[in-house]
Ligand binder design. Structure first.
Ligand SMILES: Nc1ncnc2c1ncn2[C@@H]1O[C@H](COP(=O)(O)OP(=O)(O)O)[C@@H](O)[C@H]1O
Ligand SMILES: [Mg+2]
Length: 172
């Protein structure tokens, strides 16, 4: 059971009272499993921002989210098309990869307002590129590699917006 291998810590940032949950995973399956667990808590209108370098595990995390809402398609990064839509799950999933975008305006140029207005869940790889365009209620996920400690080790921080009650229940 992958969950056994997850180390979970909650660190309270006293300065701005934001609770960041930190996990570590040792395989792509564990990263998918964490995405699945987050996905189970998502609701229509949520935006998830994934930050992390190439090969960090953003797409595998997204696969877990997709599975949790009943999407069985193979998930790949929409690096050239920018967005893939999956309609076969319980909820519409809009999967962005903004690697090729340089700022929030680029995202609005491709109609991000319309995507936000649709009833679905939005998940964005390379979200740091379009940080200024993301809504306040965005859930932030930061994935980091630690190659000196093992090529499969990742730390994954999950930060819910302030006041979001899922802060209390996720990861317990
Ligand atoms: N703990 C881990 N979590 C996620 N991926 C891992 C992990 N350890 C090794 N990997 C490998 O790292 C790569 C991550 O790929 P991917 O999810 O496409 O990353 P990204 O979308 O961030 O570029 C895959 O080749 C995967 O097998
Ligand atoms: Mg990717």
């Amino acid at each position: 059971m992958a969950e056994r291998h997850l180390r979970e810590e909650a660190s309270q940032d006293q300065a701005d009272k934001i609770l960041i949950k930190q996990f570590s995973t040792k395989s792509e399956a564990e990263t998918e499993d964490l995405g699945f667990r987050l996905g189970k808590m998502l609701k229509t209108g949520d935006v998830v921002a994934l930050n992390g370098e190439l090969g960090a595990g953003k797409t595998h995390f997204t696969s877990g989210v997709a599975k949790s809402i009943g999407i069985s398609s193979h998930i790949t990064s929409p690096t050239y098309t920018i967005v893939n839509e999956y309609t076969e799950g319980e909820v519409l999933l809009m999967h962005f990869d903004t690697y090729r975008l340089t700022c929030g305006d680029d995202l609005y140029d491709i109609g991000f307002d319309d995507y936000l207005a649709r009833k679905g869940i939005i998940i964005i790889e390379w979200a740091e590129n379009v940080d200024d365009a993301l809504p306040e209620n965005t859930i932030k996920v930061n994935i980091k590699r630690h190659d000196s400690e093992g090529e499969n080790l990742r730390t994954i921080e999950i930060e819910f917006p302030e006041g979001d009650e899922r802060n209390d229940s996720f990861g317990i």
